[in-house]
Ligand binder design. Sequence first.
Ligand SMILES: Cc1cc2nc3c(=O)[nH]c(=O)nc-3n(C[C@H](O)[C@H](O)[C@H](O)COP(=O)(O)OP(=O)(O)OC[C@H]3O[C@@H](n4cnc5c(N)ncnc54)[C@H](O)[C@@H]3O)c2cc1C
Ligand SMILES: NC(=O)c1ccc[n+]([C@@H]2O[C@H](COP(=O)([O-])OP(=O)(O)OC[C@H]3O[C@@H](n4cnc5c(N)ncnc54)[C@H](OP(=O)(O)O)[C@@H]3O)[C@@H](O)[C@H]2O)c1
Length: 384
Amino acid sequence: MFEKWPTPFGLVRFGVAPDHPEVKAVTSDFHKVAENIKFYGNTEVGRDVSLDALRDAYDGVVIACGASVERKLRIPGENLEGVFHARKFVGWYNGEPLQNVEMPQNPDVVIIGHGNVALDCARVLKTDLSNTDASRSAVPKLGTANRVSVVGRRGATQAAFTIKELREIAPITGLDRSEFGDTEASLRELEISKPKKRKRELLESLQGSEIRLRFLLKPVEFRGKGRVESVLFEKCELEGEPGRQIAVGAGTFEEIPANLVLCAIGYLSNVPGFGIVPRLDHVGGRVVGHPRLYCAGWCKRGPSGIVGTNVADAKETVASILEDLEGGGNDTTPAKFIQLPASSTTWDDWLRIDRHERDLGSEIGAPRVKLVDISDMLRVARHT
Ligand SMILES: Cc1cc2nc3c(=O)[nH]c(=O)nc-3n(C[C@H](O)[C@H](O)[C@H](O)COP(=O)(O)OP(=O)(O)OC[C@H]3O[C@@H](n4cnc5c(N)ncnc54)[C@H](O)[C@@H]3O)c2cc1C
Ligand SMILES: NC(=O)c1ccc[n+]([C@@H]2O[C@H](COP(=O)([O-])OP(=O)(O)OC[C@H]3O[C@@H](n4cnc5c(N)ncnc54)[C@H](OP(=O)(O)O)[C@@H]3O)[C@@H](O)[C@H]2O)c1
């Protein structure tokens, strides 16, 4: 396994929210897997070792690089200070190297998107995370937000967030039923989907004053001089068949003040050898047109699904590999053929970083204090 960071676990370390330790606990399963594989950390495919070199050395190569590129809205003002993609914000509070977000004092926040990433961001903006593994530079800032509005372009029935995550942001406020987008098609969608009906019942039962959920508003411009001051939205109506309704601008507008904006509108994949793509073209995990090259996870399916979704996905890919290898692979030691940088880390290096982070955490009552600087990680890793 070749991993660009010195540490393993991808979005389980750098995406899953710090107040979801039960999800992060899946790393203990990964520790068991690691006993049977070789781990080369701090080794980016495409930078430190080429995909072609890997394909020459191994019988099969699986690309499982996730989706770490920010999707853009491509509207005016997107480059204003204070406008971030959720990827950067999430990476920052989770201690991903090289991510930094300057947060204003008690910010007024607009979050664009109605997926679970948007709700994660809203929740951590209103939650004290000092007893978690959140980055120590983020902890004093999190939980301090003033107003938080989570704004989606479609209606309540079409919102991508799930029931558990919706419950976690309660109490919410300012629900306006006229904004739910209850077209005949939406009512039909509710009627035929039990989870959507349950989600609606929950939504209607939530009361309070913390987080505002807004619907039927699509962003058209970020406004401000240097720093963002507001977001201009066009009000929308829903059009289309049940399950395929789209938000269509209605020609009226609303401006919501904000000095911090998080765009939680999805991701693209940066795949070595393929560039930036929504996902890889594959059949059963076999990358089309590239024999013995496979894919799994978000770069295979696109940026959707929880950790568990990747299990069935990986099984399909592994079945394809086993089928293709029926004649048997060769048993050469690949490392013989691959020139690795001196700064590559091993699994034992990770175990030293892990122990060090846990020790730091135990001093302050947190599960761990993450090292954020790669040079610090390498120092701890090499201190045998
Ligand atoms: C903010 C957020 C919160 C989430 N919360 C939850 C949750 O609470 N519960 C849940 O079940 N699911 C959650 N998910 C979904 C879950 O994280 C994903 O389903 C899962 O991580 C996808 O796995 P993956 O292996 O495809 O990608 P990733 O987890 O992103 O792993 C890809 C790995 O490839 C590495 N990599 C990328 N490019 C290269 C390269 N060129 N060379 C070497 N290495 C490379 C990356 O560093 C990374 O370690 C969340 C997702 C996000 C974005
Ligand atoms: N706790 C958890 O289990 C957890 C936490 C975080 C993430 N995840 C999972 O990770 C995956 C990714 O989550 P996500 O939130 O990034 O993606 P998502 O669920 O696909 O949500 C993306 C949101 O962005 C909106 N959007 C996209 N393009 C837009 C545009 N141009 N303008 C305005 N809005 C736009 C979408 O609206 P439309 O629907 O109108 O396109 C949707 O509301 C999901 O499967 C999620 O469940 C799980």
